[in-house]
Design a protein around this ligand. Sequence first.
Ligand code: ARG
Length: 418
Amino acid sequence: MSDSSFPPRTASYEADPEQVGRVLLLYSGGLDTSVMLRWIQERYEADVVTLTVNLGQPGEDYAVIEGKARQIGAVECHIVDAREEFAAEYLVPAIKANALYGGGYPLFTALGRPLIAKLAVEYARRCGCDTIAHGCTGKGNDQVRIEATIATLAPELKVIAPVRSWAMGRDEEVAYAREHGIPVKGGSESAPYSIDDNLWGRSSEGRWIEDLDEAPQEDVFQLVTPPRKAPDEPAQIELSFERGLPVALDGTRLGLVELIERVGELGARHGVGIIDHIEDRIVGLKVRDIYEAPAAAIILPAHHELEQLVCTIHQNQFKPDVDRQWGYLVYAGLWWEPLRTDLDAYIDAVNAQVTGTIGLELYKGTARVTTRSSPNALYDRSLASFAHSGGLFAQTAAPGFIELWSLQSRMAWQLRNR
Ligand code: ARG
């Protein structure tokens, strides 16, 4: 590690080294933030308070994370279970907005960051910290989402992001960790994927994923069963929604977190939710991500199907534009932007009708909608049916409709093809 002076500040919210006295570190327990926990104490001569946020990432042992933080010298360690808030305040709006970025990414990381940063602000204030530290790099989206949130909600707090400037690669970090008695999982030879996960999905970056001509290697899939290894028997499930909110699985009402977890387990077993995605990052880079998002890959299409059934053709034409804008704002780190809440008002108004049940078949990597029912469906079997003639729908009136409907197009055709 070099002992060069700190890099010059380029933004008002960046901390001057002499302003840093007590730091709230967003701590995952991984290598970067563990090295950082020690490095901040050393470089800034500051106390460090850690905050670890549970957003439903599977297989995390929070007692172990807390023990590690204390061992590395944290003066206070906080673990927050934010699963309910994440589901209710972040995932539900995303479901109502059919939120996908770039046509495929269900935004789980992008949805989690504003909540994590909001909690960092709350704990920094409560614990008397002047600065918040995080482990994001200078190339990604997450630094934007976290720092934009902090600068918006807490103009009095400063930020440091050591990974952007400390010029340590993985090998140097492992060496620093060994030197300072910080436990390291694996070895420097086995560089891991860069993982981020929560209730709504899991992303992997790095290693072969950066080679666009490499097909996915199976060791990346730690959540979803590769489709060809999924059961030969399909599963049928039913998801019920009330006003856009998922409320029941197979007729059993469940709390949101439990419902998402159970749907995710079913999808994972059947190979559903693998997304191999090239993405335009906010900072201008294109990047490839491998996503595993089994719950989102079932709940989003079910919601969309129900919405299509209860909305008019005009709403169905218009809402995707609103949804896309919503997803872009969230991806781009502008969760607190007023336009997002403006769009939510429209999205909620539409979702007031989105009540009913969608049946899906899960089979070797696909979730296919098979049944639909809703008290608000704009569907009348007797009007739509081939088997019935007459009634309110006068087929004999159709030619008059067609004549007027095609009027302008016919006129233009005649004029331009004379
Ligand atoms: N590309 C996604 C996003 O920007 C996921 C990033 C997750 N970070 C990671 N280290 N894998 O939201």
